[in-house]
Design a protein around this ligand. Structure first.
Ligand code: BES
Ligand code: ZN
Length: 455
């Protein structure tokens, strides 16, 4: 390992420069206009994997954006690790809030700033560089390794299940590792052992055929914006609980031991609140902030529209209104169950005088890791060697659809070894990657491969 680690030290600046080049490709998966950029993005990664002499490098087309696959299978008798990441990124609006351009990454304050630097290109690059470090020094990987990098994670991995069925043989492995989460804090190696799932839908409320004069018609017909707001107001009760009937039926409560473990983490709640800019905390009565975000389901309005949005006043009864709603799910809530319950509730509370339609978007299943599996001890050892500190077990409130899908399909454990930071501005303006973490991330990945070889 010494030669591998000194290679990582020596090549540190080059690894950062290379990541900069990849981040320059604006691979925004939600915008059809950027589809060619996702292809370029995948090809950029493929070229690097070919340079690293993978036994097999493939671009996997999907009905949407392509995935990239590579494998190094030259360690007979050793375990096979499947590493997953995603190469697509989130939109960048509002652009004027970026200190430096999202796709012209800058280095300031020991950080790289740009869209996708941490979510998830930087974390994919961590593995690519750990692989390189072995190949360029000892000439081989200590384990068998497969890498799959998806192009549609940020849009709900809509074509993933079909791809995974088709490529089940290629994806077979003993252990899965995903680096697409954050650490609990700077320098604190963290294994994420729980993810929330997701259900996303749009509710559309329609009234008159077209906007009406609110003087001539106001008071005589139902206003769709008023109707939608009444509906949204009924989604929660006064204790911050979701009011959809049966919403909590399949929620698994935290055990006392899990609550104690969460209480034991060095959580700086005032700093967490300050990082949001909100004037106060808010949430379901009876739970701490970390419990709310990690272990409780939510229902949120992500956006709402309808009626006059332009300058000045316009007196109308708008023809329609709509809202995008999403639920974060926790074990054992399944998207199908919650989608059905939410749909039924929305329909039942639609006020008379409007027509209500619900359009379903993507989803994802929640995940809980089997932490008693020996591979978690292996990951802790790797982290301890790279960071010199003990690992904490955390959960994340976010979702990564692949994780539950691969766990269900293979029954293998998934190590969520993330290298982001809680205030990294993922999905927001000024996303950043801590470069020291990036460096220690490459070392952690290298140690993980090495430790797994002795499993
Ligand atoms: N990297 C995130 C997942 C994540 C979120 C990890 C928050 C840690 C904290 C991932 O790229 C992501 O944003 N996923 C989407 C998935 C969704 C579109 C199904 C999410 O959580 O919104
Ligand atoms: Zn991500």
């Amino acid at each position: 390992m010494d030669t591998v680690l000194s290679f990582i030290d020596r090549e540190r600046a080059r690894f950062v420069r290379e990541l900069t080049e990849w981040v320059k490709i604006p691979a925004i998966s939600s915008d059809p206009a950027h589809a060619p950029d996702l292809v370029r993005n995948a090809e950029h990664l493929r070229a690097e994997l070919l340079r690293l002499r993978a036994d097999k490098v493939e671009i996997w087309p999907t009905a949407g954006h392509p995935a990239v696959f590579a494998e190094w299978m030259k360690a007979p008798g050793k375990p096979t690790l499947l590493v997953y990441g995603h190469h697509d990124v989130q939109p960048v609006e509002p652009l004027e809030e970026w200190v430096s351009p999202p796709f012209d990454p800058a280095i300031r304050e020991g950080r790289m700033w740009g869209r996708g630097v941490v979510d998830d290109k930087g974390q994919v690059w961590i593995h690519v560089k750990a692989i390189e470090a072995f190949l360029e020094t000892v000439g081989a990987l200590p384990i068998n390794l497969k890498l799959v990098v998806e192009g549609e994670e940020e849009i709900g991995s809509v074509n993933l299940e079909a791809l995974m069925t088709e490529k089940a043989k290629d994806l077979a492995a003993d252990v899965v590792c995903v680096s697409d989460t954050a650490m609990f804090g700077r320098g604190i190696p963290s294994l994420c052992v729980g993810l929330r799932g997701l259900v996303y839908m749009e509710v559309i409320v329609e009234g008159p055929r077209q906007d009406l004069h609110s003087g001539s018609f106001g008071g005589g017909v139902m206003n769709p914006v008023n109707a939608l707001c009444r509906m949204i107001a009924r989604l929660h009760d006064d204790d911050g609980r979701v009011a959809v009937p049966g919403f909590y039926d399949s929620v698994v409560a935290l055990t006392e031991a899990e609550r104690a473990e969460i209480r034991g983490l060095p959580f700086d709640e005032p700093a967490w609140l300050a990082s949001t800019g909100c004037p106060a905390l808010h949430g379901e009565t009876g739970y701490s902030t970390l419990e709310r975000v990690w272990s409780r389901p939510t229902l949120d309005c992500n956006g709402i529209g309808g009626g006059h949005q332009g300058e000045g006043a316009k007196t109308i009864i708008p023809a329609r209104a709509s809202a995008k709603l999403s639920c974060r799910l926790v074990p054992h809530q399944e998207p199908e169950e919650i989608e059905a319950k939410l749909c039924a509730f929305l329909t039942s509370i639609a006020p008379p005088g409007v027509a209500v339609r619900v359009v379903r978007h993507h989803g994802g299943r929640p995940y809980l890791a089997p932490t008693d599996h020996p591979v978690f001890e292996v990951a802790k050892r790797a982290f301890a060697k790279a960071f010199g500190r003990p690992t904490v077990f955390i959960r994340e409130g976010g979702s990564i659809p692949f994780v539950r899908t691969i766990a269900d399909a293979t029954g293998k454990p998934c190590l969520l070894m993330g290298f982001g930071q809680p205030d990294e501005n993922a999905h927001a303006p000024n996303e950043w990657l801590d470069l020291e973490n990036f460096h220690l991330g490459v070392k952690s990945a290298a140690h993980l491969y090495d430790e797994l070889s002795r499993l």
